[in-house]
Design a protein around this ligand. Structure first.
Ligand code: SAH
Ligand code: DHB
Ligand code: MG
Length: 225
């Protein structure tokens, strides 16, 4: 069992169920050319995000961590024409690349990218009395996950679905003594999710073209106080 085999199987599964698509492959090519790291979700994970969002009929999506907009394209494609996606990104350069990729995908009218630290943007959305989101995808810096979860809950309603990427990190998540601050971010996120009576959830390990990792899937089951 190794990454070579996982990648081969991912290629096969994607070739069966996730048809190749110019907007998505151009987004990755442009992100690469612009020097962005290749830490976007895998195609079959992107498709999972679209499907989860469609299954729940989401019209309002929040994404934390845009990068070049690859996962943003997948998520925005689940939206009806009156839907909206807000994506939060720290790096202006990443946001520029993402905006071009979204325009190229014909999705720019549905998506707004807010540039700055996600905690600041989230607090602004809360202060503005922004309508709750149906679907929230957390995928920015792992150290920030606990705070992103707490703030996301203030932008949620009963029935909001929260997906958090990269909660396994090559299995390092079980190491309470890890020297990696990202591992501690993810562990605190999971503890917080478990302790919150407003949240029900699970986490699933994944292997594939992006290595060994996993995601958490949470359901908001009660209103905020
Ligand atoms: N969701 C993307 C990948 C996101 S990578 C995809 O799958 O295609 C993580 C992104 O989070 C990077 O672009 C990084 O710049 C951004 N980020 C890091 N720290 C952040 C912060 N404090 N606030 C907002 N975004 C942040
Ligand atoms: C990293 C971040 C991600 O969002 C991801 O999907 C993979 C890796 C990282 O920071 O290493
Ligand atoms: Mg990720």
């Amino acid at each position: 069992m190794n990454e070579e085999l996982w990648t081969k199987v991912d290629k096969y599964l994607v070739s069966q169920l996730v048809p190749a698509d110019d907007a998505l492959s151009n987004a990755l090519t442009a992100s690469d050319a612009a020097g962005l790291p290749q830490i976007n979700v895998a195609p079959n994970q992107g498709k999972l995000l679209t499907l989860l969002s469609k299954m729940m009929g989401a019209t309002r999506i929040l994404e934390i961590g845009t990068l070049g907009g690859y996962s943003t394209i997948w998520l925005a494609r689940s939206l009806p024409s009156n839907g909206a996606l807000i994506s939060l990104e720290l790096e202006p350069h990443h946001a520029d690349v993402a905006r071009a990729n979204l325009e190229n995908a014909g999705l720019d009218s549905l998506v707004e990218i807010l540039v700055g630290p996600a905690t600041t943007s989230l607090q602004e959305l809360i202060d503005d009395g922004t309508e709750p989101f149906d679907f929230i995808f957390i995928d920015a810096d792992k150290e920030g996950y606990p705070e992103y979860l707490a703030l996301s809950l203030l932008l949620s309603r009963t029935g909001t679905v929260i997906v958090a990427d990269n909660v396994v990190r090559d299995g390092e998540v079980v190491d309470a003594n890890s020297s990696d601050s990202r591992v501690h971010g993810v562990r605190a996120f999971l503890e917080q999710a478990a302790a919150n009576s407003r949240l029900d959830g699970t986490a699933v390990q994944t292997v594939g073209s992006k290595g060994y990792d996993g995601f958490a899937l949470l359901l908001v089951t009660g209103t905020s106080l």
